[in-house]
Design a protein around this ligand. Structure first.
Ligand code: GGG
Length: 347
């Protein structure tokens, strides 16, 4: 029997609910396929920070390195731990240490889900650079609390980092409908973003079968709303990608449907799968979080592990569930009921 070891990091707020839901769907699908998924749960979260002063133990990265993949729920409990501390203490170190440089986020409407747009036939794959750019964490503050205070935060764009994410975008476009939108703001940011545009043009010569268009991020944001059906693969820097994929989540009906995969394309370390949404403290412990984004992320995990057919069966079960109107109205169906419906569809 083929077996995979999965590190589970449920995290904070609704994270544990949606992770448990996705895990039970994954277990059902694995059983049908004759696969063994062995999960090891880690309590790393804001609660862990309160108890230990760290978001994960000092050897957390080395502990995770031995797993085939990581499934993460949500991180953040801003009432007690500043978001800048929780994010830089867990999620970002994992993405960087494991060179998960491609954050893949699919945006399409599931059957039965009504988005806010008239357009319904869009299918966009956003690829967010995931290890550098605006999230590099390079900067500092001096003269804190005085009138002379200065805060500096430097975006870092390396040739290796930009080239590999653009190449990944070209490859994805080649495997899909052959269209790539490369996103910058090179009129205003005349060093890093001009650099990005130059590398886009250089790589375009290697991919004559891909139609690449460079957009400014504001124009692309508008296009995602006004004409999303004209987009195929979108590749953007870390921060731009994060913002654009919240638009992507909105047009696909909400964050409850937005899945993501933090991929290490070289497979030199585990990749990590998580819903785009955060811990949603306002609905934590109410049992009404939509688990579909995490279930979809779990399907992306199986696909990355090579279990494409099982991943496809999970997505068919999710689609059958939403087509029946289950999990399509925020707060109407409980997390457990949506999960049970997906499992019933799988069975
Ligand atoms: N699902 C993981 C999570 O909690 N994400 C919330 C978040 O703020 N992520 C930061 C980011 O991806 O930029």
């Amino acid at each position: 029997m083929k077996s995979y070891s999965i590190a589970l990091i449920p995290g904070d707020g609704i994270g544990p609910d949606v992770t448990a839901a996705a895990w039970s769907v994954l277990q059902t699908a694995a059983k049908h396929a004759g696969l063994a998924l062995a999960g090891t749960e880690f309590p790393w979260s804001c609660k862990f920070y309160r108890d230990s002063g760290r978001m994960m133990p000092e050897d957390g990265i080395e502990t995770l390195r031995g797993f085939d993949a990581i499934l993460l729920g949500a991180v953040g409990w801003p009432a007690e731990v500043p978001d800048s501390v929780s994010l830089h203490g867990l999620l970002l170190p994992i993405r960087k240490a494991f060179v998960q440089y491609a954050n893949i986020r699919p945006h399409r409407l599931l059957p039965g889900v009504t988005g806010p747009l008239r357009a319904e036939n869009f299918d966009i794959l956003c690829i967010r650079e995931n290890t550098e750019g605006e999230y590099s964490g390079a900067g500092g503050r001096v003269h804190q609390g005085t009138l002379d205070e200065v805060a500096v935060e430097t975006s870092i764009f390396t040739r290796a980092g930009v080239e590999r994410i653009l190449r990944f975008g070209f490859e994805q476009a080649r495997a899909r409908r052959g269209r790539l939108a490369s996103v910058t703001k090179s009129n205003a940011q005349k060093y890093s973003m001009v650099f990005w545009d130059e590398i886009t043009r250089k790589l375009a010569a290697e991919y004559p079968d891909v139609a690449v268009t460079s957009y400014h991020v504001d124009a692309l944001a508008a296009r995602m709303i006004m004409a999303p059906e004209t987009l195929d693969v979108v590749v953007a820097s870390n921060l731009f990608g994060d913002i654009l994929t919240d638009i992507g989540a909105a047009i696909q009906g909400g964050l409850g449907y937005a899945a993501s995969a933090n991929i290490n394309p070289d497979r030199s370390a585990p990749s990590m799968f998580e819903p785009v949404h955060g811990s949603a403290p306002d609905i934590a412990h109410l049992g009404i979080a939509n688990p579909i984004a995490t279930i979809w992320s779990g399907a992306m995990m199986l696909e990355h592990l090579g279990e494409t057919a099982t991943a496809g069966r999970i997505m068919k079960a999710v689609e059958a569930t939403t087509a029946r109107g289950i999990g399509t109205t925020p707060g109407k169906d409980r997390t457990e009921a949506i999960t049970a419906a997906v499992i019933a569809a799988l069975n």
